[in-house]
Design a protein around this ligand. Structure first.
Ligand code: NOJ
Length: 745
């Protein structure tokens, strides 16, 4: 079943099963009004309180729910226990308001898909939508109504551990992937038993943490905020995202959870959004450590006034909102609006009519079609970075399989897999044995036991295995715990003795294929030089093994593309393709450190912006990826050299598969606005298309570029396109492509 068919099937079941329950927006608003009119202030504030089941479970929890002091739980995935607590809420609390249950379902519930940065590498929003729909179906079967995903934080820093959870450095790719995930989770109706509410996070600029250190301050100024960091949020909100989470970081002195200008004024008043805002875990009271609030009471006041509807776990709303209202420091209207937003979510999820989790239907967990979809996503997410012809593996009789990630069922799942099971993971070693047992002699020696393992004791055995084999495949990378929340690295490179392992394997002169399974782009320049081929697989999830084996042996040609620039050196970070230009851009012919004469005189004449020791080039640019064939671009043409304001342009190019295998190319369209009221990036991705071509085949690829896609928030802080000259490229990545230009009049 292809992604479209599956999505259709899932949403068809929505229509059949829940047509009876569907409520219009105005019916919901009427029901909210009726309920609100009956609620006491304490009951309203209770709705604004979220507790974590793993911390708060116990006899008192049921009582708290009974007396209306809990509106939501997170981290409860036992449907029986949940049904009992839900029964207390619905049958024993005064107004019978159901609980809404949240959980971090970030890249799958039981069936684990590649981490989001890997999903972004597919450049395939339809596939991502399908994965989210599957995650929703599995999660809702366990009682989860609401996921804290997608994470839409743009990140330009390879040190930041949480980039694993996002879609990389580009706002257009992030917007496409983020809205696809929202559509997948939410389906056509939140009341569908296969749908869950999405939560776009972390609002906002959390990925711009200084130095790539998690939770750190950010300094994103207003134009950059609107033109880059907010772009995926706006797109996901337009796609119908039901909830949003405020961030831990403070930006320019204001913590996300206390930012009234962004939450209440922009999100609500300017964007007109009627979803629900939740704080991050204790991010209300963490405003004290930030130095933005003196105590929990002031923190509660600032968060509620900023427009945060529900407080995750820190309890300051419950304790202080009543007196803050009495003191006139928070308006009754603000509280009512927050409660409306919370009740609206519960109504939209159909919880008033259908509060319980049905435990009698067959479990969808690990359904065969879910595993198949996870495998397809893992296949499309891997990026071929180098190949001197050793791949795909053909005609080999023996294979040395080495490295700590060859058989690491827990670690290949990646970060945030609370509900995934390692015993259901298929590792590359298991998949190889399954597919080639009896045909290829598979010699397994890990060499290094786990990614941080500094012991070199096993390397000799791995080298011996390499010597006995036709080809060596080294599975290296990062354990899952080296990326994700609170797991940033100052040196994002291969840890432990892995570098030594690769260096020793290279000395055997056996063909060396390196497969990296990691949570982030690592600085892998040395390993790349040592390798005959490198396949980069961001932690690929449950079905990573079979997917990688398919790619290594050429059952499928790689089609992933980098969603983030790869740095050569950590000191180049932040390095990203869509940067603004300097007044003295690098020309590519500059004097490097070893070329400078001794006692050279100080001069800035003719100098440009670069590092003496590293230049400015990345290891690999955004959008990069090879496959088992070659593609050629030709005949780039525009429907006109001029485009009128509010008009559009047809862009066409011919793509030819000039190699010997069928493969998929990700055709990318970039522009540059040459001069604006603000300086504009040297390149900006505007559109992309996956195109599959048989060997020797040719096709015309078409894009429609609208003036809306050229628009940005300029000096006047209004979003519009500015007249003038534009450059345009169609090509295989952000560094190459056919170039032309046009004028916007
Ligand atoms: C903290 C994380 O920042 C957030 O992304 C997550 O959803 C919450 N904890 C809940 O687990």
């Amino acid at each position: 079943m292809n992604p479209k068919q599956l999505i259709k099937l899932l949403s068809l079941s929505t229509v059949i099963l829940f047509a009876a329950c569907a409520q219009t927006g105005s019916e919901i608003e009427t029901r909210i009004d009726a309920l609100l009119a009956q609620m006491t202030l304490e009951e309203k504030i209770g709705q604004m309180n979220q507790l974590s089941y793993d911390v708060s479970a116990g006899a008192d929890l049921a009582q708290q729910i009974r007396i209306g002091r809990v509106g939501s739980l997170l981290n409860i995935v036992d449907p029986e226990a949940l049904n009992e607590l839900q029964r207390v809420a619905v049958e024993e609390s005064r107004l019978g308001i159901p609980l809404v249950v949240g959980r971090d379902v970030i890249h799958g519930f039981r069936t684990i898909f590649p981490i989001p940065i890997g999903q972004a590498a597919t450049f395939n929003p339809e596939l991502i939508e399908q994965g989210a729909a599957i995650a929703a179906r599995e999660a809702r079967s366990a009682g989860v109504h609401w996921t804290f995903a997608p994470m839409l934080d743009i990140s330009r820093d390879q040190r930041w551990g949480r980039l694993a959870e996002g879609f990389g450095e580009d706002p257009v790719l992030g917007a496409a992937m983020g809205s696809a995930m929202v559509r997948g989770y939410q389906g056509s109706s939140l009341a569908d038993p296969g749908s869950i509410a999405a939560c776009v996070k972390h609002f906002v600029a959390y990925g711009a943490a200084e130095g790539g250190r998690d939770y750190n301050s950010t300094n994103v100024p207003p134009h950059l905020m609107r033109n880059v960091y907010l772009v995926p949020f706006k797109a996901a909100i337009d796609a119908g995202a039901a909830t949003l989470m405020t961030s831990f970081n403070e930006n320019d002195g204001i913590p996300g959870t206390g930012n009234k200008a962004l939450v209440r004024d922009m999100l609500r008043d300017e964007w007109g959004w009627d979803g629900m805002v939740v704080s991050d875990w204790a991010s209300v009271t963490e405003m004290i450590a930030h130095g933005f609030a003196a105590d929990p009471k002031e923190a509660a006041m600032k968060a509620a006034n900023a427009g945060v509807d529900m407080e995750m776990v820190s309890g300051s709303y419950l304790e202080f909102l009543p007196e803050l209202i009495k003191e006139g420091k928070i308006s009754q209207e603000y509280i009512d609006n927050s409660v409306r937003n919370i009740l609206r979510l519960k109504f939209r999820l159909g919880l008033f009519d259908n509060p319980y989790t049905d435990t009698s239907t067959p479990s969808p967990l690990y359904a065969p079609e879910h595993l198949e979809a996870a495998r397809e996503t893992a296949t499309q997410s891997a990026v071929l970075l180098k190949n001197n012809g050793v791949l795909p593996l053909e005609g080999i009789r023996s294979l040395a399989v080495v490295g700590p990630m060859a058989d690491a069922p827990h670690d290949q799942l990646g970060t945030w897999i609370f509900d995934g099971k390692k015993d259901r993971t298929i590792t590359p070693l298991a998949a190889l044995r399954d597919a080639y047992n009896g045909q290829i002699n598979i010699i397994h020696e890990s060499g290094v036991e786990y990614s941080r393992d500094r012991s070199t004791a096993g390397i000799a055995s791995a080298v011996a295995a390499a010597r006995r084999a036709d080809v060596v495949v080294a599975f290296v990378g990062e354990e899952s715990i080296l990326s994700g929340e609170a797991h940033s690295l100052a040196n994002p490179e291969l840890q432990g003795a892995q570098k030594e392992l690769i260096a020793q394997l290279a000395k055997t002169s056996k063909p060396l294929v390196i497969v990296v399974m990691a949570g982030r782009p690592l600085t892998v320049g040395d390993e790349l030089a040592a390798a005959d081929a490198m396949l980069y697989s961001f932690h690929p999830g449950t079905m990573g093994g079979p997917a990688l084996v398919d790619l290594l042996f050429g059952a499928v040609s790689p089609s992933g593309r980098l969603p983030m620039t790869f740095a050569k050196e950590v000191g180049q970070i932040p390095i990203y393709y869509n940067h603004n230009n300097t007044g003295r851009p690098f020309q590519g012919t500059e004097t490097m450190i070893d070329d400078i004469p001794r006692e050279a005189g100080q001069t800035s004449l003719g100098n440009t912006s670069y590092y003496l020791d590293a230049g400015v080039e990345s290891l690999f640019p955004f959008g990069y990826g090879l496959t088992y064939t070659t593609f050629e671009y030709s005949n780039l043409a525009l429907s006109s050299e001029k485009i009128a304001m509010n008009g559009s342009l047809e862009v066409t190019a011919t793509l030819t598969n000039t190699g010997k295998r069928q493969a998929t190319e990700v055709v990318q369209l970039y522009i540059r606005d040459v001069a604006g009221s603000l300086t504009r990036p040297v390149k900006e991705l505007k559109d992309f298309k996956r195109v599959t071509l048989a060997a020797g085949a040719s096709t015309e690829v078409n894009f429609t570029l609208t003036t809306d896609q050229l628009a940005f928030y300029g000096l006047d802080m209004v979003r519009h396109a500015e007249p003038g000259e534009f450059r345009l490229w169609v090509g295989p990545d952000s560094a190459k492509g056919l170039e032309t230009g046009f004028t916007l009049e």
